[in-house]
Design a binder for this molecule. Structure first.
Ligand code: HEC
Ligand code: HEC
Ligand code: HEC
Ligand code: HEC
Length: 145
């Protein structure tokens, strides 16, 4: 009885988890998001996927998460879409790599975060007019808003 239960659990653990997406690689994103993909090589977030050991460590999916489900069925729900995520989720995602710089500022407790600003309020990854610091607007305008 216990033995067959264990065997059943062992078989279940081999099945892929339902709905879990895998990394598709940035090349796959290029087919539909060519405009963003082609200019990305100038972004400080661009790193060559070929030289990194782990898929998803570089490229589009380092921020947008595993995209295999999205490639099959594109929607804002099948990928990490910043446009529909909460400030808390966005801050958590950016801080997964930037906790060193931002830790110093203790961003989560800062007045800016309480006013529900998040990283994407001031920074734009794809549409920054200033190559420096990826600011969403030139710094003078940013402060006035
Ligand atoms: C087969 C075409 C196709 C491929 C391949 C594809 N996408 Fe998309 N993607 C779309 C479409 C269409 C939408 C718009 C969906 C909507 O608005 O409901 C979208 C939306 C998105 C969004 C949400 C944008 C927003 O408004 O916030 C992100 C992020 C995104 N894609 C990233 C990626 C990434 C990363 C990859 C590669 C892993 C990728 N896409 C591959 C077609 C594709
Ligand atoms: C460093 C994190 C990061 C990386 C890496 C990244 N994105 Fe984005 N992406 C964002 C953020 C944040 C937004 C919200 C708009 C913005 O900030 O420009 C966004 C928005 C988008 C959108 C919505 C449409 C638009 O024009 O804003 C699409 C589609 C998208 N990304 C696809 C991609 C693709 C394709 C790649 C790889 C070439 C990629 N992203 C790499 C963070 C990232
Ligand atoms: C209120 C606007 C604002 C918000 C919100 C904001 N930033 Fe910034 N950030 C800036 C400005 C302005 C600079 C440029 C400072 C400079 O030029 O020295 C900057 C600089 C940076 C830098 C470069 C710093 C360095 O030490 O080189 C990083 C990385 C960064 N921000 C990430 C983030 C992340 C991640 C978040 C969210 C947790 C965030 N920022 C939220 C305005 C903001
Ligand atoms: C997968 C890790 C990763 C994620 C996630 C990530 N970043 Fe970065 N970011 C980096 C790396 C690596 C650099 C380049 C650092 C360098 O060159 O010193 C960078 C550079 C930057 C810079 C500095 C650009 C400059 O001119 O100095 C800003 C601003 C920034 N990121 C903001 C963001 C924001 C906002 C998010 C969330 C939307 C984000 N990052 C998500 C890894 C990441």
């Amino acid at each position: 009885m216990a033995g067959s239960l264990l065997r059943l659990l062992a078989i279940l653990s081999l099945l892929p988890a339902a709905g879990a997406a895998d990394y598709a690689g940035s090349k796959a994103c290029k087919t539909c998001h060519a405009d963003l993909a082609w200019k990305f090589f100038r972004n400080p977030h661009f790193r060559d996927e070929e030289v990194l050991p782990q898929p998803g460590a570089a490229g589009c999916e380092s921020c947008h998460g595993p995209g295999s489900e999205h490639v099959k069925a594109p929607s804002k729900a099948s990928i990490f879409a910043f446009s529909v995520r909460s400030s808390e989720e966005i801050v958590t995602r950016c801080l997964s790599c930037h906790s060193n710089e931002m830790g110093r500022m203790n961003f989560r407790r800062s007045e800016h975060f309480k006013a529900s600003l998040n990283c994407a309020s001031c920074h734009s990854i794809h549409h920054s007019p200033t190559p420096r610091r990826l600011l969403a607007k030139v710094q003078r305008e940013l402060c006035y808003t």
